[in-house]
Design a protein around this ligand. Structure first.
Ligand code: SF4
Length: 255
């Protein structure tokens, strides 16, 4: 399995080349979200580990950027990218190869960890997940690993935002379970003061249905005063993946 996939046509990041530091055929994540487009999390864990070598990352990113010019290189893939304890080295290695901005899509569960904060500080863009405004809903939607709580995750998001000098976006996936909590989530967003709030609903095949455009438009009204973008209103760029099979492993509908 390659560590690099895409580029992907991302409605929030543009043409995004994925770097998967988990790179496991079975997802490894600190959550098991009910809307995850990947299969059920076989290994729910908050323990950081090394999954791929930096040499592999260097070789594959070098090769990919010789053949494509993405807008951004994004840490994402077969689980929660901050579980990879060699992300710091991966960032340094990619910086040596290119000036393309570096981003991460994170579920926010490990942002409380100061080592993770120090690593992510070296990125240009952080997209941090916040799907629930309380512990009960957090548990119901995210099924987190033992020891990961709503309060811990929220305080991690706030601490990371305070330290970070790049673009900090919050991503909120709205589904039936949290659609009536838009005001509470908007209130928390105002406390966090992100540069952008990404209003999302799962449009790719998964176990729960997406909300309609009308429902998402109504939800967006709760976020007045914040800089929002919504999945139904954001055009996707054209992107031609270098290896369709690698993309299919992470995003099932794109083959
Ligand atoms: S955090 Fe992402 S990869 Fe992990 S279970 Fe949730 S949606 Fe899937």
């Amino acid at each position: 399995m390659k560590t690099v996939y895409g580029p992907v046509a991302s409605w929030r990041l543009g043409k995004s080349l994925g770097v998967d530091l988990i790179c496991s055929p079975k997802k490894i994540c600190s959550f098991d979200c009910i809307y995850c487009q990947l299969e059920k999390t076989e290994k729910i864990t908050s323990k950081r580990d090394t999954f791929v070598s930096i040499n592999k990352v260097r070789e594959e990113v070098k090769n990919a950027i010789e053949h494509t010019t993405p807008d951004v290189i994004t840490f994402s893939g077969m689980g929660e990218p901050t579980l990879a304890n060699n992300m710091h080295e991966a960032i340094e290695t990619i910086r040596e190869l290119t000036n393309i901005p570096l981003a991460i899509l994170t579920n926010s569960s490990l942002l409380y960890d100061e080592n993770v904060q120090r690593t992510l500080h070296n990125l240009d863009i952080i997209v941090a997940k916040l799907d629930a405004p309380n512990q009960e809903l957090f548990q119901k939607i995210s099924h987190p690993a033992e020891g990961i709580t709503f309060e811990k995750t929220l305080s991690g998001i706030k601490a990371m935002k305070k330290k970070f000098h790049g673009k900090f976006a919050l991503q909120i996936m709205f589904i039936n379970e949290n659609k009536n909590y838009a005001n509470e989530l908007a209130e928390l967003s105002r406390e966090i003061e992100p540069d952008e709030v990404q209003i999302n609903t799962p449009l790719r095949p998964c176990a729960v249905p997406p909300l309609t455009k009308k429902e998402l438009d109504n939800i967006e009204k709760s976020f007045t005063g914040l800089n929002t973008i919504s999945v139904y209103h954001s055009p996707k760029p054209m992107a031609d993946p270098l290896d369709k099979l690698e993309l299919f492993k992470r995003r099932r509908m794109e083959l």
